[in-house]
Design a protein around this ligand. Sequence first.
Ligand code: AMP
Length: 417
Amino acid sequence: MNFSSLGLNQQLLNAVSELGYTEPTPIQAEAIPAILNKQDIMAGAQTGTGKTAAFALPLLHQINACSGDEDYSLNAVRPIKALVLTPTRELAQQVYNSFVEYGKHTSLRTEIAYGGVSLNPQIKALKSGADILVATPGRLLDLLFKKIIDLKHVQSLVFDEADRMLDMGFIGEINRILRHIPTERQTLLFSATFDEAIFKLSKTLLKSPTLIEVDERNTAATQVEQIVYAVDADRKRELISHLIGAKNWHQVLIFTRTKQGADFLAKEMCKDGIKTQSIHGDKSQGARERALEEFKQGKTRALCATDVAARGLDIDQLKYVINYELPHIAEDYIHRIGRTGRAGGSGLAISLLSPDENWLLEEIEAVLDARLPQQWLPGYEPDLTKVVEVSKKNTRTAQKRRHKQRGMGKNTSNRRR
Ligand code: AMP
């Protein structure tokens, strides 16, 4: 299936193709036609499944189709037609960024409102009107009470991560917000989990919803579970130490791209109290063998290695592989994760992805012919204000690379260091 068969307008199709999306994810394939068909939906999907585009694209399409007759040129204030509620400001920022990116070839305007920062800039932005508003519940109520916004033209209401909203005790705010929104509307509810509280909420909110459930992640049938955590580069070490410590992992093989990187990371992790050594081509054979032996015997908890040093490395029942940085050669990813899950055992491969590495992930996904959805580890969410800038740059870089490769008649699997 491709995006053009979903009935989205050309501006949106151009935006997704510029982002390098070639086909809809399962949730997009199911949700987009249902939303365009004006149905309410209740969808079970986590961050990383492509759920944001699953609701953003059809909403942008619908609003764009209706805005054709309206004239916004003469200082007319645009009424808010779609409201997206999120539990946290990080998610609000991410959803807002997606709307801006997907809608960049339309003239629709998206605004954002969340707490913990000064109200004034948000008031100023909202006074000029917005077609779509992404907001956290508390700040939205502040704006409603101050009569900065009104929601009586809202046609679509989205609850993103509804389960987290309930966990965070937002039900009172949600009920107050609902009083300001027309009852005649489309409602879309996304939740990672469905428990009694969510079903109760859905009964009061949704009219004959279409139920959509997709797998948490698009992992191929394999013994190695693959997880990608999006995280800022300068917080990667902290995240690794946290994972190893909190989950009490032993024998963790960590890949870095450079020898210096392996040494530095090992030293820093020792300072965090995790006994770690490094192996790479600049170490003598003896030192490498000793480090490996101590790792196998469990005397050291983690081993930092470069790709070359780790080739052929066979450690019985190694459970955990962490990619501190993604490899520059996509096939190395397969070698790296192949260190675990051997001989029928199960394994876990975690990749830490900083915003500047998105294009490397795309190349790996192309080689695997599978998507590796990104997740956030609570407490280590990336700074999203930086992400959009970097991802725009990376899309251009990836496009240039692909163009160049095509021109040279090569594909990714031919490249070697
Ligand atoms: P989400 O689940 O909405 O947080 O999306 C997770 C990641 O998947 C984001 O980086 C999106 O840019 C990316 N994404 C969403 N839809 C697609 C698609 N159809 N193809 C490739 N990547 C996608």
